[in-house]
Design a protein around this ligand. Structure first.
Ligand code: FES
Ligand code: MG
Length: 589
């Protein structure tokens, strides 16, 4: 605690509102916050100032209802004895941002770090929803380390089309499935659009276990939201009540000085990995969770995902791994029901503290039993093995594969003929070319789609097979790439290859026609080429020119790391626990 903080009862906001060494500055800091009706007495009352980091806007439909939920958050903060100040977070809409919202996760992170550190805030409610909002917010709160609590926005309701439940999500399962039907002529374009629209029947984020529901579930598993927060559907009344409880609790977090670094410990991250396996979480979560861990100073690695998460069964029967959607998941008991059964099976650390002020075990003591159709008992899972296979080989140091999408008939060792694309434009231009000679023995490879290559790392590794193959009954081919895949995808893909082709990964010298061996037992992917041939191809290699379209793209490319370690801004990692290591920022005038 800085001398100023000590002088003001420990609240950093009082260094603005009651800057006793400098009455002129106090006046300057106070006056403009009075102009919309706040009073001097309120601001100087010593009540904790709680920020509401608002991720919703017209540009971010997945989170837009947070604009209304914030009223209930404010009520909770006031009733808890604090004062709310709401402010915007840089928009992060997965389906709207070109070239990819992944590019902006670190921009939103940077912006939020500046706000949390540079304004009179004692704690913060992080409103989360769409994919990148959760990691951007949690990583920023971790860096600054003021007390923080997540309020998830919740999934959309179940969607129906002609009496059938439609697996929804903006960029989700319904799209991948309907695209196949459109390609084979089973449906026309108006029906394609009608299906996609039916999948999004209400406010809320994707309702499959895509990246949004996965990340919000893991925020809860980490202990950063109140129990049961993640899965309450956006329109349910309980969502508003959760907003109120979250606001109220935020004030106590400040009084208890219960900071992100006290909650997000290595053991909490191990719990999150176990839950990720049990819910068959999106393949994007290791990227985001590893990023949060690094910003909070926990040395989590991609190998930890296999060490901790392999062998944990998949318990949730939720799409894309299963049949149900977010609304069903909530009614079946949500994250607490999953965690209760993992704890009973001895797979969770029950003693770690959470934002509720209680431990995981204490939170779960009164969790109702699960509806077993949607959340299976530990010994009757929908798949014996969840989690990720972390693969290596002579094409990359690491890449991940979701074990829950491995089909039982898959051979342990298989050789494939590589068909290589330089990014999604090249893939779209050539995938239907009969000259590619595509058949079941092929693997589709896409490169220059990682954090630096794309830039931002695109969700393009889940490549669809051409109509000609679909008509022959081949619905998927294995795929490999240095980008990511949609968390809602159901394809068997090897993705997040690190290092990416643009920074010297061997995917760069791969050619169509090369043989690739996939060994699932040894978790290896190798191109069957001698080392001297690989070296000769590098000697011959001209890397593609990387064109920056905006200043941020240039800054991002100059400091971003690789997907295995979270695709963080590497220069940001030396900034840890700002409130304690840097104190209060200098006066502004
Ligand atoms: Fe926003 Fe899926 S597009 S949650
Ligand atoms: Mg996505």
């Amino acid at each position: 605690m800085s001398p100023k903080e000590r002088a003001t009862g420990g609240l950093r906001s009082q260094a603005w509102w009651d800057n006793d060494g400098n009455p002129e500055m106090t006046a300057l800091y106070l006056e403009r916050y009075l102009n919309f009706g706040l009073t001097q007495a309120e601001l100087q009352s010593g009540r904790p100032i709680i920020g509401i980091a608002q991720t919703g806007s017209d540009l971010v439909p997945c989170d837009r209802h947070h604009l209304a939920l914030a009223d209930r958050v404010r009520d909770g903060i006031r009733d808890g004895g604090g004062m709310p100040l709401e402010f915007p977070v840089h928009p992060l809409q997965e389906t709207g941002k070109r070239p990819t919202a992944a590019l902006d996760r670190n921009l939103a992170y940077l912006g939020l770090v500046e706000v949390l550190y540079g304004y009179p805030l004692d704690g913060v409610v992080l409103t989360t929803g769409c994919d990148k909002t959760t990691p951007a917010c949690l990583a920023a709160a971790a860096t600054v380390n003021i007390p923080a609590i997540v309020l998830s926005g919740g999934p959309m309701l179940n969607g129906y089309r002609q009496g059938e439940r439609v697996a929804a999500s903006g960029s989700g399962l319904v799209i991948w499935q309907s695209k196949r039907l459109l390609a084979t002529g089973e449906i026309d374009y108006p029906e394609f659009l009608a299906r996609v629209a039916a999948s999004a029947p209400s406010i809320g984020h994707c309702n499959t276990m895509g990246t949004a529901l996965s990340m919000n579930s893991l925020a809860e598993a980490l202990g950063m939201s109140l129990p049961c927060c993640a899965a309450i559907p956006a329109p349910y009344r309980r969502r508003g009540q959760m907003a109120y409880d979250t606001g109220r609790r935020a004030v106590d977090l400040v009084r208890e000085d219960l900071t992100p670094r006290k909650i997000m410990t290595m053991r909490a991250f191990e719990n999150a990995i176990v839950v990720a396996s049990a819910i068959a979480a999106s393949t994007n979560v290791p990227v985001h969770i590893n990023a949060i861990a690094r910003h909070v100073g926990v040395p989590l690695t991609i190998q930890d995902w296999q060490r901790v998460g392999a062998g944990i069964p998949v318990l949730t029967n939720v799409a894309p791994a299963g049949e149900f959607l977010g609304e069903d998941f909530y009614r079946a008991g949500g994250v607490p029901a999953v965690m209760r059964s993992l704890l009973a099976a001895g797979r969770l650390h029950g003693d770690v503290v959470t934002v509720s002020g209680r431990t995981v075990a204490e939170n779960l003591a009164d969790a109702p039993p699960a509806d077993s159709a949607v959340i299976r008992p530990f010994d009757e899972p929908i798949a014996e093995r969840g989690g990720l296979l972390v693969m290596t080989g002579n094409l990359f140091d690491s890449a991940v594969m979701k074990t829950s999408v491995l089909t039982p008939g898959l051979r342990a060792v298989s050789d494939y003929r590589a068909v290589v694309f330089d990014g999604p434009e090249d893939y779209h231009a050539r995938i239907d070319d009969p000259g590619l000679g595509l058949d079941e023995e092929c693997i589709l490879v896409i490169r220059y789609t990682g954090p630096i290559g794309y830039p931002g790392s695109a969700e393009v590794v889940n490549m669809e097979v051409p109509a000609a193959l679909l008509l022959r009954g081949v619905t998927t081919l294995p795929t490999l790439g240095d980008g990511r895949q949609s968390g809602t995808s159901d394809a068997p893909s090897i993705l997040n290859a690190t290092p990416e082709a643009a920074v010297g990964g061997n995917l760069a010298i791969l050619r169509t026609g090369d043989r690739i061996r996939i060994d699932l037992d040894d978790a290896r992917v190798d191109v069957l080429l001698p080392d001297d041939e690989i070296a000769a191809r590098w000697a011959d290699h001209t890397p593609p020119e990387l064109d920056n379209q905006t200043p941020w793209q240039e800054i991002y490319r100059s400091t971003v790391g690789q997907l295995d370690s979270g695709a963080c801004l590497e220069l940001a990692l030396k900034y840890q626990d700002l409130v304690r290591t840097k104190g209060i920022p200098r006066d502004s005038h």
